[in-house]
Ligand binder design. Sequence first.
Ligand code: BGP
Length: 466
Amino acid sequence: MKISDHFLWGGATAANQYEGGYLADGKGLSIADVETGGNIDHPREIHESVHPHTYYPSHEGTGFYDHYKEDIALFAEMGFKCFRMSINWTRIFPLGDEEKPNEAGLKFYDQVFDELLKYHIEPVVTISHYETPLHLVKKYGSWRNRKMIDFYMNYCRTIFKRYKDKVKYWMTFNEINETMNKKNPYHQAGILFQEGEDKASTVLQASHHMLVASAKAVILGHQINPNFKIGCMVQYPESYPATCQPLDQIAKREYMLFTHYYLDVMCRGLYTNTCLAKQEQLGGKLIINDGDEELLRKGTVDFIGFSYYFSSIVSYQRDGSINAKGRNPYLELTDWHWHIDPLGLRVALNELYDRYQIPLFVVENGLGAVDQLNEDGTVDDQYRIDFLGKHIEALKQAIEIDHVDVIGYTTWGCIDLVSAGTGEMKKRYGFIYVDKDDQGNGSLKRYRKKSFYWYKKVIETNGQTK
Ligand code: BGP
């Protein structure tokens, strides 16, 4: 099977890491707006309000709010067929629980979509990408609370109606499966655990609310425009058994459960045996209202969007726990200690397609690295070209040899932006260098890196990496 001529090559971003303008034109505070910077050893800190001195990263991002025309022109120059971005929930509903949206926020995205469409670039929109309104977190406890479904639906209804003729591809929640995987699912679900909280029940209940919200969004979106393609989005944790000991194979299966839990519900429309086993293992309590199961059944997604950065190896420990932090001796590491595993992408695509049999969209993949801006304005990022080239080759094998149905590929942070994990600026992913440092200094001037010209050729040739 050949890569389709309509294959969606492009790049991906998120409002909270890219836009800046955190209070512009009536925008309210989101969870990302009250996070400090950090680094690989010191995690970002989260406060309840803005501390004027500490908050460079999400406030300024790398300036899409003011530079969108210039940036979209650069994406068009590379030949992007699509551009993944998120709508910043708090531009539309500054607090989150209002009935009426903020017109200035809606207008901003009208302009962005018009600009993209001018160049025939298809917008791919994440509805919630770490941008939950802070007010909803403080007043309602975020997704712990069932009321969030209504707030989210009000937001979805507003943007679906407003952009129904401009946007076709949507994703309901970024990396929803991290809600179960993270110590504190703050980015995904707006949740920092309280002392003494029954974490398992909170995770199950918050996840249920998000899954119902996702299903309702799919149903509503299709009513508003039957041509909408509405997907889910997970972080795909490709993993291998650390040894050929059968127990390590079981460990791999168990390790994948936090992802299958969400995918099973969103793709198959029910809590499968796998989900029930995971619920039991976690031991929490889950309340399912009348009618929820029908919603889950009717609101299954049109495609699976996923991020893929690295693979892990998993092994069973003597105490019965699973270790997924081992070092794979066959793979090299990035500067941020992530295994580099292009073939893992082919494995991931096959696993996902075998299990769900719906179209797949690689919506994040890339290399976070320290780049050097030369005096003449060039950046020689051959390492990024090598990394992406190998991943694209693996993607092509999955399509051409294995017949996996993949509709698109967007590299993460196609223009430099703030790292979600660490809040750093120096962890760069882009084809376009942005002059900004970890302290927030810099002109925000844009420069084309070597990989910019390379990716342009990849797209021009529909996937040739050399
Ligand atoms: C994913 C997120 C993105 C992005 C990416 C890279 O988890 O969806 O928002 O940031 O990871 O991670 P990091 O920024 O930590 O390098």
